[in-house]
Design a protein around this ligand. Sequence first.
Ligand code: WT7
Length: 637
Amino acid sequence: MTISIDQVLREDRSFPPSSEFSSQANLQSEEDYKRLWNFAKDEPETFWAEQASKYLKWEKTWDQVLVEKENCHFEWFVGGTLNACTNCVDRHLKDRGDKTAILWEGEPGETRALTYRDLHKEICKFANVLTKLGVSERDVVTIYMPMVPELLIAMLACARIGAMHNVVFAGFSAQALQERINNSRTKVVVTADGGFRKGKSLPLKATVDESLKQADTVEKVVVLKRTNAEISMTAGRDFWWMDLMEKASEHHKAKAFDAEHPLFLLYTSGSTGKPKGILHTTGGYLLGATFSMQMIFDLKEEDIFWCTADAGWVTGHSYVTYGPLSAGATVVIYEGSPNFPDFGRFWKIVEKHKVSILYTAPTAIRAFMREGKKWPESYDLSSLRLLGTVGEPINPEAWIWYREVIGGKRCPIVDTWWQTETGGILIAPLPGISATHPGSASVPFFGVVAEVVDEKGKALPPNKGGFLVIRKPWPNMLRGIYGDGKRYREQYWSQIPGSYFTGDSARRDAEGNFWIMGRVDDVINVSGHRLSTMEIESSLVSHTAVAEAAVVGKPDPIKGEALSCFVILKDGQKKSEGLVEELKQHVALQIGALARPSELCLVDSLPKTRSGKIMRRVLRALASGEKISGDLSTLED
Ligand code: WT7
């Protein structure tokens, strides 16, 4: 059997950048772009050294840019020292001290603005608090908090003192939290009494208490007051944030750490298996986040940047915290749910804070699309100038909706492909240069050697689907899976020896654009044809009645696998047998009789991970009538 995946969905629409956008872009000429691209390809070490000096502040310059170690490990900027926190905050104090760093909005509606100077003061105090609680370099601090400024303050205070932060999404259960605390050997937990979500208060402290029933490494817990929920405090172990901060000095002299000093751990399980603690280090990670922020988001001094991700995901690390702050930007942070009190909330925030760059996920875009134009149309979205998407392949129809309804046809869309493991964006358009195509993440970023290969690692010709691999190391690549070197090698480096295996399937078109087809596990084999579930889902979503679709394979004695589809209809659409037939027919017409779904259920919701990815594993079990097993800690509902 070969890995080759058949391409069944055609998408020919193309949108070159407008001259208005290009003429103001950070990177505007095709020649400059090509020159930089070739520089990165031909002399990657010189290229990255140049960017590292330009975009970061180092205490000591490195001796070697890239060193290959044993067991598929790579180190960047070896011998160099810097502090990630002072790069994000202190270095801006002189010129941007009074600039707003964080514009925060709570779900109930209150707002807070913190300047870079305010942020610096709070971080210094919390760094002193952590030190006093016994946190030293390389200790792990688990952060389990709602999206409030203190979450970023806690992360950056850890970075400042060289401790590793381990942010756990506040929607995770006590069991999931416990697993992450124990696996990381956490010393201190930072949490809140609660957080607001969908109009309710999440009992965060109670969940921490539950998780700590079996967690021997944890010595202290810091609790921020957010909801005023009734909680219990364990004497000697638990302390109020406020009390500790009151006594803390606002002076803190940060020390520089090795470029390869561990910065953070972040657990990811994706849609399968046991969570793994992805390790990122300081210099390369920060460079990747900062440089991509400038290039891909075309950041300007006056931009108001809103990445809607929670800090519990890598997107919230690289593009809410480290990337934008290191670049001196103003970021918007919103605590709550997109549909509270109604589906206009995001657009109200865009209008109120004059957001100019919005970065969100296809799952959110589809949810908005389902509710109709009336919500975005009730607000003034004219401040927007650039849109981004991340997290999964975006269905072309959702892309077009995003462009027209949210972007008013004037904003370029950057569809950014990356992973927790890659630290930052690796495939994306450059908004002032690249023509964009609905559903394509476009081209590899500077220095990224991405290829689509067969199972032997041989490059496939254009438009053949296969494994997406990265051939050469890049600065913000993961440095390992915490405590599991074997799994690191097996998972990422053994499939195609010498290359980083992404676990995704993709095809590259004749112009060199990448079309991500989803996880390799999400390929279905129907009568010997390997189909990507994403393409069939996109076909379903292109039907006017459909808001969202998930497609899985179900064992079939004749075809090998048959297509089982789960479909959510748009608001106001009626479920009927006739519609089920029509949808099956729609796919058969668009893609071919081969892809005609054998089963199609109209459903009200889909099982998703908290980051919005459909858990196909659960649907597969459902479709084939098996018991649902395995780790469900990431399941939203
Ligand atoms: C997986 C990584 C990257 C931050 C959020 C998710 C999928 C991500 C795209 C995109 C198609 C995408 C891939 C990838 N993915 N971005 N633009 N187009 N697929 O991080 O949880 O580590 O997930 O998300 O399958 O491997 P993650």
